[in-house]
Design a protein around this ligand. Sequence first.
Ligand SMILES: N[C@@H](CCC(=O)N[C@@H](CS)C(=O)NCC(=O)O)C(=O)O
Length: 204
Amino acid sequence: MYKLYWAPDTGAFAPEVVLALAGAPVEKVLVDHHAKEQKGEAYRKLNPMGQIPLLILPDGQVMTESAAMVLYLVDCFPEAGLAPPPGSPERAAFDRWLVFMAVNIYTADLRLYYAERYSTDPVEIPGIKAAATRDLDRQFAIVSAALGSGPFLQGARYSAADLYLLMVSDWYPPAQELPAIARLRQALLEDSTIHSVWAIYRKD
Ligand SMILES: N[C@@H](CCC(=O)N[C@@H](CS)C(=O)NCC(=O)O)C(=O)O
């Protein structure tokens, strides 16, 4: 059994939707995001970064980092078809876009939403937010161009990288206006399993 520490509107969507599509059993632990439970001593013992999500594997190993969870889980459940096989040329592109979104878009989103953490001087907050917005516009334009005629990053079949894109574009509404991203979101949300997990995360 997997154990997922989650909260609405967080990166826990990515591992949860992969587990749901794979049909894997998961116990969910709701973290009180607004009360900053993730910064408390008990939670930090599991994740010293004090961040959500946190995944405990069936053997008890603790995983942090949403993209690492996705990369690991897609290979645990190859029959779910959520990533090209390891070692294939298609897998290189899958890994590339997943990591691109995790290290660029996710972190720019954090700079936008937690701007006060990125400087010791509050005067700099508007500039931090403006730079994050500029970066998000540029990064989503790159992903949008990569979608081409899509509808998914690798053509007709969706992968967990597309699900990650659904998640990060939820956090930045201007990205949802880009036609290729709007089309991808609509196509993914037609799937009842994806839609039901997505709806849970939007209940904040
Ligand atoms: N690199 C981490 C980032 C996780 C992260 O920053 N999560 C946010 C929610 S989306 C969080 O925990 N925010 C609460 C906080 O930092 O206090 C990952 O991909 O899992």
